[in-house]
Design a protein. Structure first.
Lengths: 535, 342
């Protein structure tokens, strides 16, 4: 409990507070009045309005497209299901720069749609919404589908026997059981899209800007720190409110449901309706999720003189000029950082989850919600905050390589907590008692009883933390040293330069990153956990 | 061996609910004691308190004369078989039985032989590699027993040991357990809500009511002389009636009943065991109508309603003598089966 609290205080609260203080303090006094001044600016009002409505629209569109998929993955059995489930999860952990470039390759100038029908969607809201669906599809499929698969089908059968039609049984039995999970998933999608950065930055064009993008612009381009600080505070308040609502729905979800082993509830599709649904979901997933990834691969292989591995070979040489080192070195950097970040996230998140599972109370529930905050707070702020607060004694980490993993662990730790907590809570206390009566000390009982049961969850958590740190961009871009770029930073830097070679290399490097992420996720699926936690 | 001295446990807001209320109890070496009581009478709490899983609010638990107040559960050296077994799902059968051996530092090479012997003892020889999930209820119960016995606890406690099993299996296992405990000389403290199980298993029965000991004695003593109306009703005797004693006769709503000599005069309650309710022709005794008859194998249980609207009563009679439902019979009472309750 003390370790995670200290971690979040030093590496999250302190940097964020540092940034806010830097923005709102001048000449030794606070200028609260600036908040009002910034909020009444018309440009800012427009940003606020756009942030909210695009998040609402993205959430609605994601639910519309992903809920049928949740049903298909939960209740229908078809070949390639595991592989497909791993694939639809890839976008979730993909760096936003990669997703952005994938959608650019699909919808932008010279993209697939442009070539085929002369349609361009970049700089429109549609590109942003579709990319958001691309990202958050897996959140709904996993959160809702995971629960759906565990709902006992006999509950519905009982309703049918009592005279309810198929539709009525679903509405009266299944839907109420799923309701809180749907609400929780929707809130998380809203949270992610509300704070969207990379997607809007790349696809939105000058007309569309979210709070997060505006913070980045004010910080890194205009150097208007007071405005950035106000926007950070505003986002913090909004995210805090969303998380509070989320915590309430999650707690409601904890009421007793009759859950069964998910392995036994899926059946092969029967009847025209189920086959149509399966086909529709597969087609949607194919077009929306796999096509962008496919286009990315295709672009990485299409060199100026026909298809080939030229761009991949170029990654190994340093003459591209964009870096001090060959871009391929970023792979090693990324892996090293991600491993360290995973270790930190597991330690911090594991301790927090253990503390939360053993005790209850308003204070701990508050702490639980607080742990989610780094997911929603501007990564730009955190990264910049690291630079301005952790650069002098007592904590001078500016030149230390550990700075990058620390920032990444901040994003990974909430995933660890979310994954471990339900499993730890599910361990029957009497098993611990049985161990104690047989002579195991409390520590030994934890090792013998808790650890084997959470081993799978631990693996899942580790994989998620690993993939998330691998893809972290917003904070890393500020604090990674120029001679040690991570994969997403390298991709972004390549994208930012003109020329076919740089563009091709960016695509090739994106593919490398995508493959590494996908491998981590496939290993997770292998570990056999059906339910990758709650959000 | 085990002594409870005013053991008190309270639960809930402001500790308002008393689960154990000043319980005094001793279990001698090699004795098998069965605590009997309805659900909510504090039986399981009693076991958890002895095991050290439930701290006492007052009183003491002594094992071999030593106060266990400061001794944590894993150092008390008592075994506890949980109500729903609580086998470790991550271990196979052998791993479950060997768990306590590992905790007590039994050398690795000695464990397989001891596990095998224990499994043989409970009738599951060779089941070491089986997964816990594949076991039937009865097999789980046997594995749980072997696991609890493995570290050779000085006191073995069983919480509803046969509670979830079907009737025939239960009756067979009761006999097997009795033989096993006699053979091993184990000191046993078991709790159950099933009187048949308690009487079959125990050297001594302790009946509990709302956290207090209501009666303690050998099965025969408790069966023959229930201490009060609660114990009598809990044992399944419903023929309890208010009476006024004068000499060797008691005046009740069922008429005059014989009572043992030396019964103090005045108001009391009487228990008439069903076997003491004898049927005679309608005119020769208390006139009753048979409202129900239940076949019980060795006898037939009858429910009788007195024609004068007195309290109903239960009777037991031989199969060939049993009247049909609706028949008019007379009832007389046998002094042998009348018990005076306070």
């Amino acid at each position: 409990m003390a370790v995670p609290a200290a971690f979040f205080a030093v590496f999250f609260a302190y940097p964020v507070a540092g940034i806010v203080a830097r923005g709102l303090r001048a000449g030794g006094s606070w200028h609260v009045g600036w908040i009002g001044a910034v909020l009444t600016e018309s440009g800012i009002g427009h940003v606020l309005w756009f942030t909210v409505w695009q998040a609402l629209a993205s959430t609605a569109l994601t639910l519309l497209l992903a809920l049928p998929a949740a049903y298909v993955f939960a209740r229908l059995d078809f070949p390639g299901k595991r592989l497909l489930r791993a694939l639809v999860t890839v976008p979730f952990v993909l760096p936003t720069v990669v997703a952005g470039s994938a959608f650019l390759a699909l919808l932008g100038r010279g993209g697939l749609l442009d070539q085929l029908w002369g349609v361009r969607l970049d700089t429109t809201v549609w590109a942003i919404l579709l990319a958001h669906v691309f990202f958050n599809y897996a959140v709904v499929v996993r959160t809702v589908g995971g629960l759906w698969a565990q709902l006992d089908p006999r509950q519905e059968e009982a309703a049918r026997v009592l005279g309810a039609s198929r539709r009525r049984a679903w509405r009266t039995v299944t839907l109420p059981a799923l309701g809180p999970a749907v609400a929780a998933a929707a809130l998380i999608v809203f949270l992610f899209t509300f704070t969207s950065f990379g997607i809007v930055q790349i696809l939105g064009g000058p007309a569309h800007s979210t709070i997060e993008v505006e913070i980045y612009r004010q910080t890194a381009e205009v150097f208007d720190l007071p405005t950035a600080a106000v926007l950070t505070l505003l986002q913090l308040v909004a995210v805090g409110a969303i998380l509070a609502v989320h915590a309430r729905t999650v707690r409601r979800r904890e009421r007793a449901l009759h859950l069964v082993d998910a392995a036994g509830t899926a059946r092969r599709p029967r009847g025209a309706a189920q086959w149509t649904l399966l086909g529709g979901v597969l087609a949607t997933a194919g077009i929306l999720l796999l096509l962008p990834l496919g286009v990315l691969v295709q672009r990485s292989l299409r060199t100026t003189d026909g298809y080939g591995l030229g761009y991949y070979r170029a990654l190994a040489s340093a003459d591209g000029g964009a870096f001090l080192v060959p871009p391929i070195d970023a792979v090693a950097n990324s892996l090293q950082y991600a491993l360290a970040a995973t270790a930190i996230a597991l330690l911090v998140g594991g301790l927090a989850a253990a503390a939360l599972s053993r005790r209850a109370g308003a204070l701990l529930r508050g702490f639980d919600a607080l742990l989610m905050l780094p997911l929603g707070v501007s990564a730009v702020t955190v990264g910049f905050g690291f630079l301005v607060t952790l650069d002098r004694p007592p904590l001078d980490l500016r030149s230390s390589w550990i700075l990058v993993p620390l920032a990444q662990a901040l994003v990974g730790a909430p995933f660890v907590v979310r994954t471990m907590l339900p499993v730890l809570r599910a361990v029957d206390d009497r098993l611990r008692e049985a161990a104690a009566v047989l002579g195991a000390s409390p520590l030994r009982a934890w090792r013998e009883v808790d650890l084997p049961m959470v081993r799978r969850a631990l693996l899942t958590a580790a994989g998620f933390a690993f993939a998330v740190s691998l893809g972290e961009f917003g904070a890393t871009v500020f604090i990674a040293r120029p001679d040690r770029p991570t994969l997403p930073v390298a991709v972004a830097r390549l994208l930012g330069r003109a020329g076919d070679l740089n563009y091709g290399q960016a695509m090739a490097l994106s593919v490398v990153l995508m493959v590494v992420c996908a491998l981590a996720l496939l290993l997770l699926e292998r570990a056999g956990t059906e339910n990758t936690g709650e959000f | 061996m085990l002594t409870l001295d005013g053991a008190t446990v309270r639960f809930g807001r402001d500790r308002a609910h008393t689960a154990l209320d000043g319980v005094d109890l001793t279990v001698a070496e090699h004795e098998v004691v069965c605590v009997l009581g309805p659900s909510g009478s504090g039986k399981s709490t009693l076991l958890r308190a002895v095991a050290g899983l439930q701290p006492l609010d007052a009183g003491r638990v002594l094992l071999e004369g030593r106060d266990q107040g400061a001794v944590p559960a894993h150092r008390r050296g008592v075994g506890l078989m949980f109500q729903d077994h609580q086998l470790f799902p991550q271990h196979d059968v052998g791993g479950n039985v060997a768990f306590g051996l590992r905790m007590h530092g039994v050398p690795r090479r000695e464990r397989p032989a001891r596990v095998a012997r224990l499994l043989e003892l409970v009738g599951l020889a060779g089941a070491e590699r089986r997964a816990v999930a594949t076991l039937s209820g009865g097999e789980q119960q046997r594995v749980a027993l072997a696991r609890a016995l493995a570290p050779r606890p000085r006191l073995l406690m069983l919480d509803e040991p046969l509670g979830q099993l079907d009737r025939t299996l239960r009756e067979r296992l009761v006999v097997e357990l009795r033989e096993l405990f006699a053979e091993l000389g184990t000191t046993v403290l078991a709790v159950t809500h099933d009187q048949g199980e308690a009487f079959a298993l125990a050297d001594r029965v302790v009946v509990m009511r709302q956290g207090r000991v209501a009666q303690s004695g050998t099965p025969l003593e408790v069966w023959r002389r229930p201490a009060d109306a609660f114990v009598a009703r809990f044992l399944g005797f419903d023929n309890v009636i208010d009476a006024t004693v004068t000499g060797e006769v008691a005046d009740t709503a069922w008429g005059k009943l014989p009572v043992p000599a030396g019964t103090p005069s005045g108001g009391c309650r009487l228990l008439v065991r069903p076997a003491g309710v004898r049927l005679v022709p309608a005119a020769a005794g208390l006139a009753c109508t048979v409202t129900a008859r239940t076949f019980r194998g060795s006898h037939v249980a009858l429910r009788l309603a007195p024609c004068d609207d007195g309290p109903r009563l239960d009777a037991a009679c031989a199969l060939r003598d049993a009247p049909e439902t609706g028949a008019e019979v007379g009832v007389v009472f046998d002094g042998e089966d009348v018990v005076v309750l306070p």
